[in-house]
Structure formats: C-alpha cells, structure tokens
Design a protein around this ligand. Sequence first.
Ligand SMILES: Cc1cc2nc3c(=O)[nH]c(=O)nc-3n(C[C@H](O)[C@H](O)[C@H](O)COP(=O)(O)O)c2cc1C
Length: 371
Amino acid sequence: MALKRRPAAQPRQSRREFLALAATAATVPMAACSQSDTEAYDEAAARLRAALSAAPEMREFVRYATLAANGHNAQPWRFMIGETGAGILPDFSRRTPVVDPDDHHLYVSLGCAAENFLLAAAAHGRPGAARFDDRGDGRIEIDLARAQAQAGALYAAIPARQSTRSEYDGRAVAPDELKLLEAAARLEGVALTFITDEARRETVLDFVIEGNSAQMDAPAFVQELEDWTRFNPAEALRTGDGLFSGISGHPTMPTWLGRLMFAWVFKKDAENEKYRAHMRSSAGIAVFTGDKEDKDHWVRVGRSFQRFALKATVLGIRHAHINQPLEVPVLRPAFAAWLGAGGRRPDLVVRFGTAPPLPYSLRRPVTGVIV
Ligand SMILES: Cc1cc2nc3c(=O)[nH]c(=O)nc-3n(C[C@H](O)[C@H](O)[C@H](O)COP(=O)(O)O)c2cc1C
C-alpha cells in the first residue's frame, strides 16, 4: 500500500485538556511567568526523567512508573514497595468524578503505571508479573524475580513518551509500523483496532465533535477541567500534577487570571474546530477494547495502551487521546456498535501521527506516592 501524504496543515496550538485561552491571551495584560519559573519547570521535568542509576532501588522503579500516562494527570495512585515486589493502589482522593464517574480511567491509569514499573524492573534484573487483586477496592500486585537484566527499547522510551496534543504533520504511518505497534500492544484480554481510512476517521471525528460538544455544554465537566488546569509553571511546580497550559505551547498567566477567564474563553466552537484540525492531521486512530467491562480489564487496557505509546515513541510516532465518544455515556453504545465491538466497551480512543515534541508534564515526587 502506498503511503498517502496529507497536506501539512498550519500548526495550531490547542487541545481539549487545556483551554482556549490563547485567543484572548493577546488581548489581556499578561503577567508572564518569570524566566526562572520556566527554567525551574524544565529542570524539574528533566530531573523526573533522568536515567535510573546502575543498581536502582525500588523507589526508582516507582519514579518511572509515575511517568505513565494518566487521566488529567491526576496521578491517582499509591505504591507499596517491598523486597520482592510492589502494590499499586488507587488513590480515590484523586478521582475525576465528572469525566470518569465509574473510575474507568483511574484503573486504566494504574495499568499504565504498572507497565512502566514492570519494564523498569526487568531492565534492571527484576523481571516480574502483574495481576489485579479484586479484593477491596482492587489493587495491582507485582511480584518480582531475579534474572538477567533486559533493557529493551520500550524501557528506554519511558522518559521520552508524552501525550502530544498538537496538530500533526499529516504524514501516514507505514503498514509495517502499524504491525509493530500492534505487536507491542498485544496483551491477553485487550483488542486493538486501527482506523486509518478517511471515511471511517471522519465518522470518529463526528463522534468526537458530538462528545466534545456535550462536555463543553456541561458546567461540571468544564469546572473539573479547570480544577486540574495549572496556569503557570509555578503553579504546576507547586502541585506537581494537573494539566499545565504551557505543555501545549499556550500562554501562561497568573492563576487568578486563568480561573477568571477559563469558562469565558473555553468555547465549544473553537474547541471543535481544533479537534477537526488535530484529527485530520493525524495518521490514524487506535481504539483499545477490553474483553470485559471490569477493573481487571481496565488495568489490562492501560498496560496495553502504555506499551503502544512507548513503541510509538520508539518509532517517532506521537499520540494523544480523543476519548470523548467513550466519556459521554449516551454516545458510548452508538460508538461501540459502529465499531463492531460486539457488546464490549471500547476503552480508549487515541490518535497518532508525526509532529515535533512539546514540553513534558510534571509528576509529584516519589515520596508523595509511596505509602
Ligand atoms: C485513561 C486516560 C484517559 C485520558 N484521557 C485524555 C483525554 O480525554 N484527552 C487528553 O488530551 N488526554 C487524555 N489523557 C492523557 C493524559 O492527560 C496524560 O497522560 C497526562 O496529562 C500526563 O501527560 P503525559 O501523557 O504527557 O505524560 C488520558 C490518559 C489516560 C491514561
């Protein structure tokens, strides 16, 4: 199959999990963040992603685990570490109940962290296995053995992976690369579907626009997004979590101003327009679907997605979530039926393609997540 090259669109700055402040930024007095805050942000992001030491302690595996993708960058996890393994537990104080009322994203995020933990440990002679323990609130138990170190490409990609919420360059991804992505993501209990043809991608876009419109019309959704937005590097550094405006190249501003303007400038039509540009400039869409709708499978989906994202990073392919068709409950069954999911619940929708990198997001210190 010949690679189709889409016309490269003009770069635009936008994404849903940030805000549409850019439009108004030029017209309001900006108290721009100081150079030192920006430098401190960049240093913190780099420190978080520093290579592990030659003989890392368990807490270093935790640092790499926390670099995993997670909804709203809420980091809804706690880690228990011991000599022979670790437990990854939900932190319900970090739920996002509006966008994720049944904690689906929360358990997917735990799965993403588990995969990073397993890869980091295996790279340093501690290969292991993860299983979901459904007692109580549910947790992931990781048992580690001792063996030859296996530092593969996915491990090396952990600090380089990022969600890239920009317009991509329109280039297609080669079929053999899709096969590599599929192979990397393969995990029992999870199916991966690629959507690359134009007509089907447009249908997914229709679902995204409908879902995004419903979310933008819901004050509680907008409020939750605002609550997790960090409007300047100092605020992002203080919390170590949330969605920092700067990571999409948006202007930064004092927190009070950001909060004042958020709902006012975060507009449905502009957001939908950006999604059209984002999706039409991507090479394709990946949908992850668990065999069952339970926490165990949500964790599996997270592990599979994280492997996909790491493999994509190895291949120079970017990714960003477009989960609106699944997050809006009334849309999900229609999307599942269109996809031919056969009664299963599609868990994640992710676009992929090529684009320059954006700044990295932050995490809370390891000391704050180990119990
Ligand atoms: C379960 C899950 C749901 C997510 N949903 C969205 C989403 O709807 N929109 C989006 O832009 N990013 C979404 N993300 C990406 C996170 O916001 C991102 O992983 C987090 O902010 C950390 O940034 P990083 O991936 O660059 O490390 C999601 C991630 C996960 C694991």
